[in-house]
Design a protein around this ligand. Structure first.
Ligand code: GUN
Ligand code: ZN
Length: 471
């Protein structure tokens, strides 16, 4: 048996990986369209044609329907749904969170998932909502952990997921993640976050996901439960989420909503279809509005655009430009910007996970000064050992006679050796007008360099002398 999860490429905390399941290997980050066994807007066979490599369905719905249950037990889940690739099954925990109870025991629904040959099975966890009391979050988490421990002790014919709960308490999320990792699950969903995403609370989302990720460590696959809007894929992938499930493609279609990676539009208020998927290519906005197939066609567009965004995320991870994608996606909504800024506050965590070399760095906003590369350089700048007369200049033609060392200067990095000017990250593309964050970071780095070399005598030839330097 090969390793369940292999990581091939990394960028920020994001990665391209391969997850092995009984029905084949999938590449991550991967999007799992949600299939409702009672009413599929797009049948699973068509989902496969559209590019879905893995789907997710709800074992509780199948279990509660005698016909579906009998079919699944006899011929298997893949036969029931007509999908040959990997299928993940949820446990009914979401029904539990919506209706308050479910009519099945935890081990019963887990064994049912095993029996119908699900590829990734989810025990019956308790999705604790945001903002509940710490006592409730803690006691529900204890119950979830007890059920998960019991699940992990079963012989498993498939992959087993260990959902991480803990409401909006980062310490509980961290503890739950560490506890579950030690029990050896195959996939780790971060649960109970749908209400955060529905309310656009992306700052809180970043807080709970990063807390869980820190508890898990970086080597295991993570699923973000209920993250189906393409707007969040770059942010979630940058935090190291590997699997996403989308009910959004269908739910939004039912409400006449058209998804894009930059947000949601009401189809009836649109004039154009800014997409070239097969649906948008073949219809005008008016034709789509008037089509008797409107919901299905809209669901198809929504899914195409979601799958496309996932490919975009993967391409960016591969070439090392996920930060740039994040910059642009997170500027599509002020609350996304809040989430992005919260992630910038985790730059030291990102720096430890981020690989060193990537494509040219583009400095695009004050948040670019928090990039892992910039923080890494700042941490290491005191390793330069200088003596004698040192010139720090941004005039690359300057007369340097009489100096023992010459350093070039470029915010947000500050001073760096000229021989590295064509090398990542110092070959960064920066705007002509640099913002305060870049200047401040450059000043900070300059100070660290000066303090680390008290014997050297520093001179500056700069268009803008950083604040507090060289006076
Ligand atoms: N679907 C959306 N959120 C959750 C969750 O927290 N747990 C489970 N099992 N399913 C979910
Ligand atoms: Zn389209």
């Amino acid at each position: 048996m090969p390793d369940r999860f292999e990581i091939l490429h990394k960028d920020l905390a994001g990665r391209i990986g391969r997850l092995n399941t009984p029905h084949g290997t999938i590449e991550t980050p991967g999007l799992m369209p949600v299939v409702n066994p009672h009413q599929c807007i797009i049948p699973p066979k068509e989902l496969a044609h559209m590019g879905a490599k893995i789907i997710i369905t709800n074992s509780y719905i199948i279990h509660q329907d005698s016909l579906l249950k009998a079919h699944a037990l006899k011929a298997g889940l893949h036969d029931l749904l007509g999908f040959d690739g990997p299928i993940m099954t949820d446990s009914g925990a979401f029904q539990l969170s919506v209706y308050g109870s479910v009519d099945v025991q935890p081990l019963e629904i887990l064994n049912f998932q095993f029996a119908i040959q699900s590829d990734i099975c989810v025990p019956l966890d308790i999705p604790t909502p945001p903002d509940v009391s710490a006592d409730r979050a803690r006691s529900e988490l204890l119950e979830t952990e007890k059920r998960l421990e019991e699940a992990a002790a079963q012989d498993r014919p498939a992959l087993l997921a260990g959902p991480i709960q803990g409401s909006t308490y980062p310490d509980l999320r961290h503890r739950a993640a560490r506890f579950l990792r030690d029990k050896g699950f195959d996939v780790y969903p971060v649960g109970g976050v749908v209400p955060l995403m529905e309310a656009y609370r992306f700052k809180d989302l970043v807080e709970v996901v990063t807390a869980a990720k820190k508890g898990l460590g970086s080597g295991v696959p993570v699923h973000l439960f209920g993250a189906g809007h393409p707007m969040v894929f770059a942010l979630a992938a940058a935090m190291g989420c590997d699997l996403f499930d989308s009910a959004a493609y269908a739910l939004y279609a039912r409400q006449g909503r058209y998804l894009t990676a930059l947000g949601t539009w009401k189809l009836e208020e649109m004039n154009y279809l800014p997409c070239s998927c097969p649906v948008c290519h073949a219809h005008t906005q008016k034709e789509l509005m008037e089509s008797p197939q409107k919901i299905k066609l809209l669901a198809m567009h929504n899914l195409y655009i979601s799958l496309q965004e996932m490919e975009q995320v993967k391409q960016c991870i591969h070439e090392g430009s996920l930060w740039e994608l994040l910059e642009s996606r997170c500027r599509s909504h002020p609350r996304m910007l809040d989430g992005y800024k919260r992630l910038c506050a985790e730059t030291e965590w990102l720096e430890r996970l981020d690989t060193a070399t990537k494509s040219t760095l583009f400095y695009l906003s004050p948040q670019s000064a928090s990039r892992p590369e910039v923080i890494r350089y700042s941490r290491r700048i005191d390793r330069f050992s200088l003596c004698g007369n040192v010139l720090i200049t941004d005039d690359h033609e300057a007369d340097v006679s009489g100096y023992d060392h010459v350093l070039h200067f470029k915010p947000p990095f500050g001073p760096y050796p000229p021989e590295l000017s064509e090398t990542y990250p110092f070959n960064a593309e920066v705007p002509e007008e640099l913002d305060c964050a870049a200047q401040e970071q450059a000043a900070k780095n300059t100070k660290r360099l000066i303090e680390a070399n008290p014997e050297a005598n520093f001179s500056f030839r700069l268009r803008h002398l950083p604040e507090g330097i060289g006076e």
